[in-house]
Design a protein around this ligand. Structure first.
Ligand code: PMP
Length: 362
């Protein structure tokens, strides 16, 4: 079988065992004579998968019972709108910390719906190369919430420690780094993530939300857009994306079997160090625009001396079975996305390729 080393930013590499399980069960799910995608979402077979996926998120992240865990459609982009729709009550304002293109998008949706403030932006000439310090945040103590993007998929920056927002609920878009390591969920009012990077395929987003916030949310919006609707119905208010949840369940099982998030963090840090070392060891050829303390362990971005060399790099890497390395069209350069399912072996192969490419072209 010719599987390549996949560095795509999302949809991204999935753990092979979770795909193999899906292949083996696709036509006949657990002796039921039909596929999981043919089962009713109200039947006991699907419900068991759905609930196991929720329990695994709870177990892996240590989510207390005071939080609901939801599977929602519409991707992280719908959460850009649902968060302010539900929590930005009239007369209130929300704080946004802007650290990249996705934070900009989250802010622009909130602006349509209510009053917002930029508590900090790290933009310089359209680019973002760092995460702000706590001292740089100009926080409104009366804000409805503070929104951050925990990992900036385009620019390769990541919050290493989360900001202190006092009693104001912290809301985080963790689309590109949820489950890369364990953290204290109780620091957050709401966490959301599109699944298609670290959790599973596209088509579903996970939302972890404090129950007391759900109880206090706005009531004059369409039912389908209220967190309460989905919380009250265990994310089965309408037909969920059953295949996406099933595949996410397989990935979550794999994460548990790897030793959980402590083991994942160890490997992820090793992987990050291997690539950043490959960049720094040949700093006359490769350069990482991101400040050292803000470097992401999920999306590593770097530049070569010229765009022509970057193009050659992507092409030759692909021929060497290292795929998906072209930077986002808005940023350029090279981006290696090294989510949980990207192995240390894949990352080491990339570092070896980088070294040889620099020697041949430097
Ligand atoms: N937030 C972040 C940090 C992302 O990386 C992405 C997708 N790359 C999104 C939001 C948008 O996600 P979706 O396509 O699921 O709406």
């Amino acid at each position: 079988m010719a599987r390549v080393f996949n560095f795509n930013a999302g949809p991204a590499a999935m753990p092979l065992p979770s795909l193999e399980q899906a292949r083996d069960e696709l036509i006949d799910f657990q002796g039921t004579g039909m596929s999981i995608v043919e089962h009713s979402h109200r039947g006991k077979e699907y419900e068991a998968v759905h609930n196991e996926a929720i329990s695994l998120v709870r177990e892996l992240l240590g989510v207390p019972d005071s939080y609901d865990i939801l599977w929602l459609q519409g991707g992280a982009s719908l959460q850009f709108a649902m968060v302010p729709m539900n929590f930005l009550l009239p007369g209130k304002s929300a704080d946004y910390v802007v650290t990249g293109g996705w934070s900009e998008k989250a802010l622009s949706e909130a602006k349509i719906l209510g009053q917002t403030r930029v508590a900090c932006t790290t933009v310089v000439e359209g680019r973002y190369t760092r995460i702000p310090t706590q001292a740089e945040l100009n926080l409104d103590p009366n804000a409805a919430y503070v929104h951050i993007t925990s990992n900036n998929t385009l620019f390769g920056t990541q919050w290493q420690t989360f900001p202190d927002t006092g009693s104001v609920p912290l809301v985080a878009d963790m689309s590109s780094d949820l489950l890369w390591r364990k953290f204290d969920v109780t620091r957050f009012g709401l966490i959301y993530a599109g699944a298609q990077k670290n959790i599973g395929p596209s088509g579903v987003a996970v939302v972890i939300v404090r129950k007391d916030l759900v109880a206090a949310e706005r009531k004059d919006i369409p039912k389908i857009l209220r967190y309460k609707t989905h919380a009250d119905n265990n994310s089965l208010y309408n037909t969920p994306p059953t295949f996406s949840v099933y595949l996410a369940r397989n990935v979550l099982r794999w994460l548990r079997d790897q030793g959980g998030l402590a083991a994942m963090e160890k490997t992820n840090r090793q992987k990050g160090h291997v690539i950043y070392q490959a960049i720094d060891a040949r700093s006359n050829f490769y350069s990482c625009p991101v400040e050292a303390a803000s470097r992401s362990f999920m999306n590593v971005v770097f530049r070569l001396p010229t765009e022509a060399l970057e193009e050659k790099f992507v092409k030759e890497a692909k021929a060497a079975k290292l795929v998906g390395l072209k930077g986002h069209r808005s940023v350029g350069g090279i981006r290696a996305s090294i989510y949980n399912a990207v192995s240390l072996e894949a990352v080491t192969a990339l570092a070896t390729f980088m070294d040889a490419f620099a020697k041949a072209n430097g």
